[in-house]
Design a protein around this ligand. Sequence first.
Ligand code: PEP
Ligand code: MN
Length: 270
Amino acid sequence: PPLTGKDKLEIAPINTWLPDLQRPLVISGPCSAETEEQVIKTCQQLAATGKVDVLRAGIWKPRTRPNNFEGIGTVGLEWLRKAKEATGMKIAVEVANKQHVEEALKYGVDILWIGARTTVNPFSVQEIADALQGIDVPVLVKNPINADLELWIGALERLSGAGITKLGAIHRGFAKYGETKFRNAPQWQLPIELKRRMPDLPMICDPSHICGNRELLAEISQQAMDLNYTGLMLESHIDPDKAWSDAKQQVTPDRLAEIIDGLVLRNGYN
Ligand code: PEP
Ligand code: MN
C-alpha cells in the first residue's frame, strides 16, 4: 500500500523542475565524459534530434574492478558547462560523496543522480544527503545493485530527510550471477512496488544498464512506456564502439532518436 502519515515523502511534481517536459522525458549522453570534443559533439547531436531533455555524463566512474577508466574528474565539469551554454540542455551527473556534490553544484550541474553502487551504502547516501541539506536540487536515485527495495526506499528517505523534494527513481536492473539475457535483470516487480508505495515518485528506466547491449534497448524502453514510466535514461556516444566505458550498450544520437521515435505511447499520450 502507499506510504502514509510520517512515512509519506514530500515529492515535488516533476514539471516544477523540468517545465518543458516531453513524454517520455529523455536523459541521454555518454557513460563517461572522455574529451571536450566528445562531450560537446554528443550534446550538440542530441540537441539537434529535438528529443532529449537532459544531457547525462559520468565524471567520476565507480568501476567494479580497478585498472579501468575511473572518470575524467573535475575538468569534465567544465566541458559540461560549455555544452550547456552551447545548447541550453540541462546537465545531469552522478555523485557518490560530498566532494562530488560540491564540485557538481559549483559548475552548475542541474540534476544529480546516485549510482547503483552508492545506493547500497547508507553511509554514502547519508553523506550526500547531508551535503545537500537546504539545497533543493533534483536528485535521481538508481536502484541498488541488489534487488533490495527497502535499500532503494531508504536512500530516498535519507534525501527527503535533508529537505529534498525534487526526487525521482531510476530503474537500472539488478545484478545476477552468471550469463543471462540482460546485463542486469529488470525484475519489474521492484519498480512497480516502489511506485505503489510512492505514487508521486517519477520513475525513469535506464535500459542501457539493464540490457548491456544495443539490441534490446528498444524492447526495454517500450516496456517502460507500457508501465507508464515518466522517462528514460539511455547512454549515447558519437562513436559508441570507441567509448572508454560501456561501449557495447551505447548508441549514436541518431540511433537514440530512432528508438524514441519507435515507441508507442499508451494511456492517452502520443
Ligand atoms: C552509469 O550510469 O554509467 C552507471 C555507472 O550506472 P549504474 O550506477 O546504474 O551502474
Ligand atoms: Mn554506464
